[in-house]
Design a protein around this ligand. Structure first.
Ligand code: ADP
Ligand code: MG
Length: 321
């Protein structure tokens, strides 16, 4: 369906954003690219519909090189959902959904029917929503319309670049659930980009982990959890966000075990994220740290605070980039 064959992207300034990518995404599959910020996810996604042109290798869509398609029909037939909610503010919801049908010169009645049908599919009553302007919708509702817009002409392929990352955690989970329900019936090939492992594990049929432009591992959520090819994947899958992956090393804040370990003490995995640790320490004074079934150390509030306080300024900033 979508095949990357030795694909690389070198930007004019010399940055190699994607380095010899080989992947075959199957028909009907929900494929998730995940990696830290700057790893080449957006570049990989945008090369599919040629919003970015690859500099080496080939991308095949249904067996034909994407560079051999006419550009605009190619883009129209690949739905695209952006991170930022990108609805046109002066247009109604119905008009926003109908942007691509309009470009394809669909008859008015067909466009109208399709917009209403789509709104119903995600539980937005067209009678109430079709004629509203985007600012009259919540962030979650607007992003739902963003997804509908990508589905309007029923494309075979949908690309999504961190579509839910600007939403609050509750709206985000709701939209993930809705997306799963929506996609189950549609049999689209979906390529979804995220830096959030929980989101990837929840949505994906298969996940491709990239780091510094290179594919580190491809597999089902189960395979990544149980058969990580290296330490990077292990940490990434164990952690819940990129801060955890790049910056937290529990060993650096670990205290040695006392001679007698209180058996009632709760434990936490050595691959826990900072968030996991903080949540657990909100309930208890101290925790033991477990690795491969062994208790290897201890951690408490003070150790965490000291660790964070002594981290370099630069590293702390990375968390907020
Ligand atoms: P991600 O989506 O994983 O955060 P990107 O694909 O946006 O990563 O970027 C990958 C790398 O390419 C980064 O190092 C980024 O700085 C660089 N990059 C992205 N766009 C450009 C550009 N237009 N010119 C030069 N470098 C770029
Ligand atoms: Mg990106």
């Amino acid at each position: 369906m979508i095949k990357f064959e030795n694909v690389s992207k070198k930007y004019p300034d010399g940055t190699i954003a994607v380095n010899n990518l080989n992947i075959e995404i199957k028909q009907g599959e929900f494929f998730v690219f995940i990696g830290p910020s700057g790893s080449g996810k957006t570049t990989s996604l945008k090369m599919i519909n040629q919003l970015i042109r690859h500099t080496d290798g080939h991308i095949f869509i249904n067996g034909q090189k994407n560079t051999d398609y006419d550009l605009y029909p190619l883009r129209w037939n690949i739905g695209y959902v952006l991170q930022q909610i990108a609805l046109f503010p002066h247009m109604t919801i119905e008009e926003n959904i109908s942007v691509v049908p309009e470009l394809k010169k669909w008859p008015k009645e067909k466009m109208h029917k399709r917009a209403h049908e789509l709104l119903e599919m995600v539980g937005l009553d067209p009678k109430s929503y079709a004629l509203r302007k985007p600012h009259q919708l919540s962030g979650g509702e607007q992003q739902r319309v963003g997804v509908l817009r990508a589905l309007a002409i029923d494309p075979d392929i949908i690309l999504m670049d961190e579509p839910f990352s600007a939403l609050d955690p509750i709206s985000r989970e709701k939209l993930q659930d809705d997306l799963i329900a929506l996609m189950q019936n549609l049999n689209k090939t979906t390529v979804f980009v995220t830096h959030d492992m929980q989101e990837a594990l929840k949505l994906a049929d298969r996940i491709g982990i990239i780091n510094e432009g290179k594919l580190v591992q491809v597999g089902t959520p189960d395979e990544l959890i149980h058969e990580p090819v290296n330490e990077f994947v292990k940490k990434f899958v164990g952690g819940s966000d990129e801060f955890a992956v790049q910056n937290i090393n529990i060993a650096d804040m670990m205290m040695p075990l006392p001679k007698v370990v209180d058996k009632s003490m709760k434990s936490i995995s050595a691959s826990a994220t900072l968030d996991n640790i903080l949540v657990s320490l909100a309930e208890t004074e101290q925790l033991t740290i477990e690795e491969d079934g062994k208790t290897i150390g201890m951690i408490n509030h003070k150790a965490v605070i000291q660790y964070l306080a002594t981290k370099s300024e630069q590293e702390r900033w990375q968390r907020y980039e």
